[in-house]
Design a protein around this ligand. Structure first.
Ligand SMILES: Cc1ncc(C[n+]2csc(CCOP(=O)(O)OP(=O)(O)O)c2C)c(N)n1
Length: 532
């Protein structure tokens, strides 16, 4: 089993062990170049496997034991499903003679993981490589996602049969259908203001340059989903903003004017088409058919197959600049970013992000959690390339940011890595800080301490309710100078925050910065409508 994973390029296995797993752990210990990483909670192990897969391209691997180990792991596996990561999730399973009987920790793992995975099975003697390789191939096929393999108790101590198979390579996808390509070319010719909407599928297809070239050649605005950040630079003249996140009403001023939306790898798991699509025809370039209400919208053409090859096909479009007002687009972009400029010398979330962006080198990685801060990061954070800002905008689980940063540092030890999390998210995942200590990872954890589940409090007030059940209470999250041995620096003003960041990034181990902020700054920025 362990050799099969190694053949697939797996270098880390994340989990909380069990009596059954220790046999496999010993094999991991003996196979060169592989490591078992002890997580504090199986959900964190799942998130780490998800992020490892995103950053390396090899399947991410995680493990949980029976019952509660598996249910804990399930929350991490969900992110692989809805954030589209090829993850292999292993769990212990009861041996055949105990299935369906009453047993401590015993539940049906096949039933548990069916709705959360692309496939669930269990390992059998004599079919180890075959099962693992088939599972990995399915996990990596479009759209990627998790698979689950149960490890029946006792199997690890049985002799392995010789299986001569090599790890599968990714299957090639078909190029665009010629007639569909011609139809798109016709629609494009007639459209006065086509717009490119770029999503997660485009990130996987690695088509950043092709999108920029298409946009530049015809002067087309480009909108991104939050997880496609980095697919076009924020200072690029065609950049029109991120859908759904902070101040998306300003972004809507652009896409509200289009007469043809060309969706490239657009994945509605991040933001449904119905939440923003204008009354214009939709052209889809993707690996799977679009999930959109076809009674309400016109899907004029779909190019299903290889995204890069479809874009190559569009390179043959005759040159010609479309009818967008690029001065107005530039003015909207300036106004958008102008709204994030921190006011005065208070330390608010905008100032935290602005200062962090100045300090974190361009190639550095920042992960974030889920909350009002995510919506701000989605729009405000300048992301030089895809993969440098890591979020979960499909599964959207609080508690993601800390394990995500840990996985990023394990996969890219030479790059500076930080996490930005809310205090609510910290409370869900603080145990993984101990993982950073165990692994001696120099990760900077910035905790936005507003004593508020801000995103939900804002929704509560928008509905006209009084604040109730959303305040975290207490005036300080950290009352000691260290947590699990990690030094904690507290910052209440921009200068102190900047100096704390400098010493945190200079540290050889993990560091925590408690950024004490007022969550009111979010109120005018997040949860805006995408349409003007
Ligand atoms: C596991 C999970 N539980 C609940 C939610 C719903 N939820 C979304 S944001 C949020 C509040 C987050 O608060 P915090 O971490 O402090 O971040 P902030 O909104 O203050 O930036 C909640 C409860 C969720 N997304 N994930």
């Amino acid at each position: 089993l362990v050799e099969s994973l190694h053949d697939l390029g797996v270098r880390h296995v994340f989990g909380v062990p069990s009596g059954g797993m220790i046999d496999y752990m010993d094999a991991i210990r003996r196979v060169g170049g592989m490591k078992y990483v002890l997580a504090s909670h199986e959900t964190g192990a799942g998130f780490m496997a998800d992020v490892c897969a995103r950053l390396t391209g090899a399947p991410g691997v995680c493990f949980g034991t029976l019952g509660p180990g598996a249910t804990n792991l399930a929350s991490g596996v969900g992110s692989a499903l809805l954030d589209r990561s090829p993850v292999i999730a292993f769990t212990d399973e009861l041996p055949a003679e105990w299935r369906g009987r009453t047993a401590q920790m015993g539940i049906d793992h096949q039933a548990l993981f069916r709705p959360l995975t692309k496939m669930t099975t269990r390992l059998e003697q004599g079919a180890v490589k075959r099962t693992v390789f088939e599972a990995a191939a399915l996990a990596r096929a479009e759209r990627p996602g998790p698979v689950h393999i149960g490890l029946p108790w006792g199997l690890a101590r049985e002799p392995a049969a010789a299986e001569s198979m090599s790890a599968p390579s990714l299957a090639a996808r078909p190029g665009p259908d010629r007639r569909a390509l011609a139809r798109l070319a016709g629609l494009f010719r007639e459209a006065r203001r086509p717009l490119l909407a770029v999503g997660l599928g485009a990130v996987r297809a690695g088509v950043r340059e092709a999108i920029a070239a298409l946009a530049e050649r015809h002067r087309l605005p480009v909108v991104l989903t939050p997880m496609a950040k980095g697919m076009l630079g924020e200072d690029h003249p065609c950049y029109a903003g991120v859908l759904f996140h902070a101040l998306s009403d300003r972004v809507g001023e652009t896409h509200g004017q289009t007469d043809l939306v060309i969706a490239i790898g657009y994945d509605p798991v991040e933001f449904n088409y119905e939440s923003w699509l204008p009354e214009a025809p939709l052209a889809v370039i993707d690996t799977v058919a679009a999930d959109v209400d076809r009674d309400r919208y016109t899907v004029a053409v779909e190019l299903i197959g290889d995204i890069a090859r479809a874009l190559e096909g569009l390179a043959a479009l005759p040159d010609g600049v479309k009818g967008w007002d690029f001065d107005a687009l530039a003015a909207r972009r300036r106004a958008l970013f102008g709204r994030f400029r921190p006011a005065g010398d208070r330390l608010g979330p905008c100032a935290v992000l602005e200062i962090l962006r100045e300090v974190l080198p361009a190639e550095g990685i920042m992960s974030c959690d889920v909350g009002a801060h995510t919506h701000l990061i989605g729009q405000q954070w300048r992301t030089p390339a895809p993969g440098l800002q890591i979020m979960t905008n499909g599964w959207s689980a609080m508690g993601f940011g800390i394990p995500a940063a840990i996985a990023a540092k394990l996969c890219r030890p030479e790059i500076p890595v930080c996490a930005v999390v809310g205090d609510g998210g910290l409370l869900m995942s603080a145990g993984e800080l101990a993982t950073a200590v165990r692994e001696q990872l120099a990760v900077v954890f910035v905790v936005l301490c507003d004593a508020d589940l801000a995103l939900i409090r804002i929704k509560q007030e928008k509905k006209g309710y009084p604040i109730y059940g959303t305040a975290l209470g207490g005036s300080a999250t950290f009352t000691a100078e260290s947590l699990f041995g990690i030094p904690v620096m507290s910052a209440r003003d921009p200068d102190r925050f900047r100096s704390a960041l400098a010493s945190a990034f200079a540290s050889a181990g993990p560091a925590i910065i408690e950024a004490v902020i007022d969550s009111r700054e979010y109120d005018d920025l997040v949860l805006k409508q995408d349409r003007p």
